[in-house]
Design a protein around this ligand. Sequence first.
Ligand SMILES: C[S@@+](CC[C@H](N)C(=O)[O-])C[C@H]1O[C@@H](n2cnc3c(N)ncnc32)[C@H](O)[C@@H]1O
Length: 263
Amino acid sequence: MPGIFNIVAYLRYLNKSGTRHSVHSPFVYTLVDEVLKNNSPNEAFQKISHLRRTMLKKTQVIEITDFGAGAKEKKYSFRYESVAGIVKKASVTEKYGKVLFHLVQHFKPQSIVELGSSVGISTLYMALAKPDAKVYTIEGCTTKSEQATSNFRKMEAKNIVQNIGRFDVVLPDLMQQVGKLDFAFVDGNHIYKATVSYFDTLLKNAHNDTVFVFDDIHWSQGMERAWNEICDNEQVTVSIDLYRMGIVFLNKQLSKQKFVIRF
Ligand SMILES: C[S@@+](CC[C@H](N)C(=O)[O-])C[C@H]1O[C@@H](n2cnc3c(N)ncnc32)[C@H](O)[C@@H]1O
């Protein structure tokens, strides 16, 4: 259930957002056309939808460890949730999964880093979009990671490298292994300080064409603050706010501009 904060944030977004026709940047115009408005069917979408439907029927309850915002002031907390409940609550929706898929097909990254695999739905959208890319995904909760492993096997996705552990512990070492970072999807631990710090760590391996995607940028005041700070970072040129997700580019050939696009 959205709270009053989310309702106000959404109204603010609606008020600020424009359509493709209000975009005067050829780079962003093409992106809207080829990524956001891309309705072409793909076998991968059917496969992932089928997997999602199967998972939504799984009443099996698993013990989960929460290292994110849900742990509040503690470092982590435990609770029990059904697999169906996890997918319903936390997995990327089909609409935004397709955005990830088309972004990967459009920008053709070789190395993709994901923070927050959960049971692997978003990971699969990115991995199936470009089977010759490598998708490094991190998840703190072992039981969710096990569900993801089984999903990756079922979908025969062989380009995914799973890492289990807390983001702040795993990420620095992982980035040494990744080297040059082409694409990052940050979808976990939705708190201000953590989000900005993951961005700073990822930036060290970024280059002119790296694409960053952040989920839940209007989820809380803290996430809005993190998003605004990321957009204002001196290395960032173009940022695109789609309400649920935010996309950031470092491309120096583009002039600094913040877009809010009705999606
Ligand atoms: C919103 S879910 C990810 C959903 C997934 N990207 C998808 O769309 O299918 C966020 C995940 O991040 C994990 N997570 C949150 N904070 C973390 C942290 N500090 N370290 C490791 N994992 C964390 C949670 O366990 C959770 O599974």
